[in-house]
Design a protein around this ligand. Structure first.
Ligand code: ZN
Length: 126
């Protein structure tokens, strides 16, 4: 495999895989150059989270970095579902929303990246 060091927007470097067609590799490199590295991305989203009302995540740094985008995605899914919910289900969705903000176990988010809403909903009987 061939690799190249690419500098992210934040100034940090990352080793990027440059196997594949020229167009795809160019796109991959350009994307890396235009975005923050995973670590700065984590810091940035933690900052955003405090304003959204998310609790602090618990776990290793890499677990937290992985869990962060998962719970953000889940929260936006809950918001969309709530918008389409029947009036009588609104309270349950409010509770679900709070559960998403409160769940602080990074490992749990990684494990349940595909069924987080179902898992949380089971506890509150939607
Ligand atoms: Zn960085």
């Amino acid at each position: 495999m061939a690799w190249r060091m690419v500098t992210h927007r934040c100034g940090h470097q990352e080793r990027i895989n440059v196997d594949g067609s020229y167009v795809i590799v160019e796109k991959r490199i350009r994307k890396a150059e235009e975005t923050l590295c995973a670590s700065c991305e984590g810091i940035q989203s933690r900052r955003d989270n405090r304003s959204a009302g998310f609790c602090e995540l618990w776990g290793s740094k890499s677990q937290c970095d992985r869990a962060e985008p998962i719970r953000q995605r889940v929260l936006s899914q809950v918001i969309v579902l709530a918008r389409h919910a029947r009036i009588e289900d609104r309270d349950a969705f409010d509770e679900l929303y709070k559960q998403v903000l409160r769940r602080d176990d990074a490992e749990w988010w990684i494990e349940h990246r595909n069924d987080a809403i179902t898992m949380l909903a089971q506890d509150i009987e939607l």
